[in-house]
Design a binder for this molecule. Sequence first.
Ligand code: FAD
Ligand code: NAP
Length: 377
Amino acid sequence: MSAASSVYSRKNPFPAQLAVRRSLTGSSSGKETLHFEVSLSGSGLAYEVGDSLGIFPANDAAGVNAVLSAAGLTGEEPVESAGTNLREVLTHQVTLREPSRQLLAAILEKCPSAAELAELTDPEAKSVMDDWVDGREVVDILESYPQARFTPDELVKVLRKLQPRLYSIASSPKAHPEAVHLTVAVVRYELHGRQRQGVCSTYLADRVESRPMPVFIHSAKHFRPPEDPAVPVIMVGPGTGIAPFRAFLQEREATGATGPAWLFFGDRNRATDFLYEEEIKAWLERGVLHRLDTAFSRDQAEKVYVQHRMLENGAEIWRWLAQGAYFYVCGDAARMAKDVDDALHRIVKVEGGKTDEEAAAFVGELKKAKRYRKDVY
Ligand SMILES: Cc1cc2nc3c(=O)[nH]c(=O)nc-3n(C[C@H](O)[C@H](O)[C@H](O)COP(=O)(O)OP(=O)(O)OC[C@H]3O[C@@H](n4cnc5c(N)ncnc54)[C@H](O)[C@@H]3O)c2cc1C
Ligand SMILES: NC(=O)c1ccc[n+]([C@@H]2O[C@H](COP(=O)([O-])OP(=O)(O)OC[C@H]3O[C@@H](n4cnc5c(N)ncnc54)[C@H](OP(=O)(O)O)[C@@H]3O)[C@@H](O)[C@H]2O)c1
């Protein structure tokens, strides 16, 4: 059965049960990366390796209470436009993290003396507002302007809709037809004098409990394993970027894929952050995975990243590419994926004896032939 033949979709998410939650990082790690297993039993939903799971999170009660208190409201007030009370709307329907221009404009309307807001809400100065709002939450703004009073409907109208988050599926349906596995880095940090937390990663880590969570399958046709199981694959997945490659390896084992597979994995420290270490080593021993190169960035004074390991193995990567290898990257888009792309260009240039332009053209051809596949965020 395909996802399309289920009654469940993004518009009608499946109320799924969280079946397993366990830590992948050691207790002394500076990170908190968790493994989840979500049951799809009874949903009719199916997925393919490379897909992601969409999750509609709920805001945490403390954050909702802080907004209610800053707004001078109790949460029991009905919100006519939503057909439920304010606490429900603030918990499930709006984000309390990214304040909208409309919220600032509404406060300015209620407090015309707040001159600094006039500049921020000037449509010509969008970047000024973006910089100011960056990192601030709805509660920060409401607390700064206690004189601005909103009715529940007015408040809800100027808050942004709570959006679902996507997570790469870390399992193969051939190994786990009724469940999806996820690898999630929990977002917690301090900013502007307040402890902050990512909505969905902490929802999964702290708040799902036994209540069902609304989920859907997000198809990723651009990120499937090679159609031909004899083709070599190079997978670069530091941090949570490992997730789809765990799925690829489960799938390779289930289908007996014959092409060689090479994994580059990295994280902060080997002792605490080698996600799925035992499984990966067992795949190496069983010949499901043929090469593994790791980069633990904080085990030595100098940072060592996956792209450094790629460059150390440039000649071999070039040989694999010449044999038709597919090149996959998953994980951080802001820095890692760019640096890995640079490393790939450099390898093609140096090992392939090409100019910058020829190397760029070669990588361009890889992309065109769909042999360079990325899922980065
Ligand atoms: C296709 C796809 C696949 C993905 N797969 C995975 C996956 O397998 N595993 C995974 O963990 N994530 C994955 N993600 C990311 C995931 O969707 C969420 O974005 C992530 O979990 C954060 O969501 P959140 O709701 O917890 O945080 P949010 O509430 O969305 O907050 C995140 C925001 O907080 C801010 N922030 C975070 N840290 C700091 C800091 N230290 N200082 C200042 N600001 C900060 C940044 O603005 C950041 O954008 C994927 C994303 C996509 C698009
Ligand atoms: N904002 C933050 O402070 C922060 C921190 C961690 C995670 N996160 C968020 O958590 C989510 C998932 O994190 P994650 O576990 O997937 O990854 P991650 O914690 O961002 O990184 C995993 C590994 O990649 C390394 N790395 C950092 N910059 C790199 C680069 N330019 N090239 C290659 N490797 C690089 C990291 O090293 P070093 O960390 O030692 O540099 C670490 O060893 C992301 O959404 C990320 O934004 C945010």
